[in-house]
Design a protein around this ligand. Structure first.
Ligand code: DAV
Length: 396
C-alpha cells in the first residue's frame, strides 16, 4: 500500500527508490556500535510526520498520568502545527549532526492512521516514529527490532524495514533481526492493575514498583530497546513497565553465547520505563544517575568495583513536561554523546549543560523540547548505526 509523500516530507527511503524493488546499496556503509559514547559516525534520527495519539492501552496506561487527556480523550492525529514544530527541531538536530560529518538517516513512511488490528487486539492507530531508540537495538554488527509492549507500537518496526534492508545489502557483515513477536492480548497484562491504576496514590505505585509488579505480566517476551544500556561486553537491562523478566532472559540467552554479559538493573521509580533518562553512560568510567531514581541495593557495586564514578544529574530546567508528553522532565539528562568529549543537550536545560561543562565536555545545545511529546529527548530521538571503537571489557 502506498503512503502519501505529502504526509511524510521527512521520511527517508524515498518511495521512488522502492519502485525497482531492489534495495539500494550504499558503498562503504557499516553497521557497528557497542556503547553510547564512542565517536558517532552514522545515526537514525526520528521524524514527527503524521504522528497520532493512540487510544490508551494496558501498557501505556501505567505510564500516562491518570489526569492526562492521553488516557483516551485526545486520541487522534496530533495537530499539524505541533508536528511542524517537532519536525523543525528534529531536522535542526539532524542538520547539526550532518554538519559534524555524521551520516543521518530518517525512518520511512508508514500510515500510522490505520487501525492496528491483530487476532488478539485492536487499537485506534499507530503511534509514530519519532523515537527510533525504543524499537531498534544495535548490538555490535546487528540491529534487532524489539518486542514492544504498547499495542499502538506493534508495527512500528515497519518504518525501519526499508532502511534495514539497505544496511543488510550494503554491509556484508550486518545482520537484521527480530525478537519474538508478543501477542499483547488481555492475558499479557494484569488487567485488574490496569483498571485500578488511576486510583492508586504515588506511594502505592512506588510500593508496587519496588515489589517489581507492573501491568505487564510474564506471558509475552517483552522489552523496549531503550531499556537496554550497552557498555561493551556488559549489557545492563532495566526491569520495568516495558521490559519484563522473560524479555531479560531472552536478551541473556541471545547475547551471552556471543560473549556479552547481561545484568538486570532496577531503580526506585514508580514508572520505570526506559533506562535513558535514569542511568546514562557518559564516557568510559563515568555514569549519570537520576537523583530521584536510586539504584536498588547492591547494584552500584559492579560500577564501583571497576572504578566507575556515578554522578547525580543536575535538576531539570522545567517543572512539568510539555503538554501531551509521555515522558517526565528528566528528559533533561537524555542526551546524545557524539564522542568522549562532546555531548548534545536540550538547549533550555541550562543546569544540565553546566554540569557537562564542568565534567569536561564540549556542549552542543539542541532545540528539542517541541519534539518531546512525540516520544522523548535527544537519545530517544536517535538510534545508533555506526560508532568507531571496539567491544571493550570495562568490567573485567
Ligand atoms: O523519565 O519519563 C523517559 C524515557 C524516554 N525514552 C521518563 C523516561
Amino acid at each position: 500500500m502506498s503512503v502519501s509523500n505529502d504526509l511524510y516530507p521527512n521520511a527517508s527511503a524515498p518511495l521512488e527508490r522502492k519502485e525497482s524493488g531492489v534495495p539500494h546499496v550504499r558503498k562503504g556503509l557499516k553497521v557497528e556500535s557497542y556503547n553510547d559514547f564512542d565517536p558517532l559516525k552514522h545515526v537514525i534520527v526520528g521524524i514527527a510526520d503524521n504522528q497520532y495519539i493512540p487510544e490508551a492501552c494496558p501498557a501505556s496506561n501505567e505510564k500516562i498520568p491518570a489526569d492526562s487527556p492521553m488516557r483516551g480523550g485526545k486520541a487522534g492525529r496530533r495537530t499539524q502545527e505541533s508536528i511542524d514544530q517537532a519536525n523543525e527541531c528534529l531536522n535542526g538536530f539532524a542538520k547539526l549532526l550532518e554538519g559534524r560529518g555524521i551520516i543521518v538517516d530518517r525512518p520511512g513512511a508508514v500510515d500510522w492512521n490505520a487501525r492496528v488490528t491483530t487476532p488478539d487486539f485492536s487499537i485506534s492507530s499507530g503511534f509514530g516514529v519519532m523515537p527510533p531508540r525504543d524499537c531498534l537495538l544495535t548490538m555490535g554488527k546487528s540491529i534487532l527490532m524489539a518486542p514492544m509492549s504498547f499495542r499502538s507500537r506493534y508495527f512500528e518496526y515497519l518504518a525501519f524495514t526499508d532502511l534495514l534492508r539497505e544496511y543488510f545489502e550494503s554491509d556484508q557483515e550486518c545482520l537484521i533481526e527480530q525478537a519474538p513477536r508478543p501477542r499483547l492480548s488481555d492475558d499479557s497484562f494484569r488487567m485488574d492493575y490496569v483498571a485500578a491504576y488511576e486510583f492508586l496514590s504515588d506511594e502505592e505505585t512506588m510500593a508496587r514498583s519496588c515489589r517489581k509488579e507492573y501491568s505487564t505480566r510474564e506471558t509475552d517476551i517483552l522489552f523496549d530497546a531503550a531499556d537496554v544500556m550497552r557498555l561493551g561486553k556488559d549489557i545492563f537491562v532495566q526491569h520495568g513497565l516495558t521490559t519484563n523478566l522473560a524479555g531479560i532472559r531472552w536478551i541473556k540467552r541471545k547475547y551471552e553465547p556471543q560473549g556479552y554479559r547481561v545484568h538486570t538493573l532496577s531503580f526506585k521509580d514508580n514508572h520505570p520505563i526506559h533506562i535513558d533518562a535514569t542511568f546514562c553512560p557518559l564516557r568510559p568510567g563515568l555514569m549519570l544517575l537520576n537523583p530521584h531514581r536510586p539504584l536498588f541495593d547492591g547494584q552500584r557495586e559492579i560500577f564501583e568495583k571497576n572504578d566507575w564514578q556515578i554522578v547525580e544529574a543536575a535538576q531539570p530546567a522545567w517543572d512539568t513536561p510539555p503538554p501531551l508528553c509521555y515522558s517526565s522532565t528528566w528528559l533533561s539528562m537524555n542526551t546524545l554523546i557524539l564522542d568522549h568529549k562532546t555531548v548534545c543537550v536540550e538547549a533550555t536545560e541550562t543546569a544540565q549543560m553546566e554540569q557537562f561543562d564542568k565534567l569536561g565536555f564540549n556542549v552542543l545545545p539542541v532545540n528539542l523540547r517541541d519534539a518531546y511529546a512525540f516520544g522523548g529527548g535527544l537519545h530517544c530521538a536517535t538510534a545508533d548505526v555506526l560508532r568507531e571503537g571496539t567491544c571493550e571489557d570495562y568490567f573485567a
